[in-house]
Design a protein around this ligand. Structure first.
Ligand code: NDP
Ligand code: X2W
Length: 343
């Protein structure tokens, strides 16, 4: 059986990456793709990198029968486009941030610019789409909230330690992102001459991924959110997230015990692996992989975890396809077993 997939807003980086990854999927086919300014063009004509899609038209809305829809609209534009599909029984994966935050008022404060949520009735049922934590719930869901790119890296770095209670709930996440994290529509300040040879922090102490990280780590400790200091940085590479996460150890533990704990936690996860050496963002480029590297800093009583992924892979479109596979009840890794692009 081949499942029929639609992408709402194929014209952004996340939508384009979903189309790229779907090309070789053994059980799913892209049959509809929307785009605002490019409607009427063929996908392969609009984007030469997707030239294999020479016959697929970009349309204003999805009219074809579909089994699954990905939405990669800008955050706060996405929920109202997803809602009719969920209500019609189509499985929906929202790559935007509209269904991620559960606390009352959180969407309005962090994602919606003060505007009310467009589909508040669907918010409680949306499952946070990180299979390493929520595999069975994703498989049963009709609406999945795909994680943000920074939260995916940070949560995967910290989840085993938080669940085992080996760290104090005072966490620092120091994260770097490639420029594609800001999207195609990112506008001023992201030109080559501005970002090349430049590194800067941004949105210190007020980035909308901080509550997402705290919410999901809190769920691993009975709902009590840890204190999370999150500092994102922009670095001059195209793709990739590198998160270095720090927390005080709650008890003495050896490096070997921590490695065992992490390996045990991720033993059934096809895309998250535990490394004994510092991972590079390029080890995940173009893939759905996340690599975590936990280190006990015994002199200071700290756990330090380095984590890498591709913001458009495990941070967006790859993750969305992994979630789709689970929702369809097919092999979790279908279409996603790819070596990284290296060097
Ligand atoms: N980039 C990343 O690494 C990640 C992105 N995401 C999420 O995925 C979603 C898409 O991000 P990304 O692909 O980076 O976005 P981009 O900035 O690459 O693309 C946005 C596209 O959306 C179109 N667009 C803008 N506003 C609207 C609108 N109101 N209605 C319809 N189309 C619109 C624009 O096309 P045009 O003007 O031509 O119509 C533009 O090409 C976002 O919600 C983002 O939060 C999630 C994780 C990682
Ligand atoms: C480098 C950069 O600008 N990154 C984006 C995050 C990427 C993203 O799209 O995250 P959401 O899915 O949660 O919107 C940012 O910091 O806002």
């Amino acid at each position: 059986m081949t499942y029929r997939v639609g992408i709402i807003n194929v014209t952004g980086y996340a939508g384009m990456e979903a189309a790229r990854l779907l090309w070789n999927h053994p059980a799913a086919r892209l049959v509809a793709a929307t785009g605002r300014s490019l409607a009427g063009q063929r996908l392969g004509e609009a984007f030469p990198s997707l030239g294999l899609y020479e016959d697929l038209p970009i349309t204003e809305t999805i009219e074809a029968d579909v089994d699954v829809v990905f939405s990669s609209l800008p955050t706060a534009e996405s929920a109202k486009a997803c809602a009719p599909f969920v209500r019609a029984g189509v499985k929906v994966i929202d790559i935007a941030a509209d269904f991620r935050l559960k606390a009352p008022g959180a969407f309005e404060q962090w994602m919606g610019g003060g505007q009310p949520h467009p589909a508040p009735d669907l918010l409680p049922e949306a499952v946070y789409g990180l299979p390493e934590l929520n595999r069975d719930r994703i498989a049963a869901a009709r609406l999945v909230a795909n994680p943000g790119c920074y939260p995916a890296a940070a949560i995967l770095a910290l989840a085993p330690a938080v669940r085992a209670g080996i760290i104090e709930p005072t966490i620092v996440v120091d994260a770097k992102s490639g420029i594609s994290g800001a999207g195609r529509g990112s506008g001023g300040g992201f030109g080559y001459s501005e970002v090349n040879e430049d590194v800067s922090a941004y949105k210190i102490a007020n980035h909308n991924h901080q509550p997402e990280i705290a919410q999901e780590l809190g769920a691993l400790r009975g709902g009590e959110e840890p204190r999370v200091t999150f500092v994102p940085h922009l670095v001059p590479m195209t793709r990739g997230i590198h998160a270095t996460c720090y927390a005080p150890l709650a008890r003495e533990i050896t490096q070997a015990e921590v490695l065992d704990l992490y390996r045990d936690f991720y033993h059934a996860a096809p895309f998250t692996s535990v490394s004994t050496v510092p991972p590079h963002t390029k080890h995940t480029l173009g893939t759905n992989r996340c690599i975590v590297h936990p280190v006990v800093d015994a002199r200071n009583g700290m756990l330090v975890v380095a984590s890498v992924l591709d913001n458009l892979g495990k941070g967006a479109a790859g993750q969305a396809i992994e979630n789709m596979n689970l929702m369809l009840g097919i092999d979790q890794a279908a279409g996603l077993q790819l070596p990284a692009v290296y060097p």
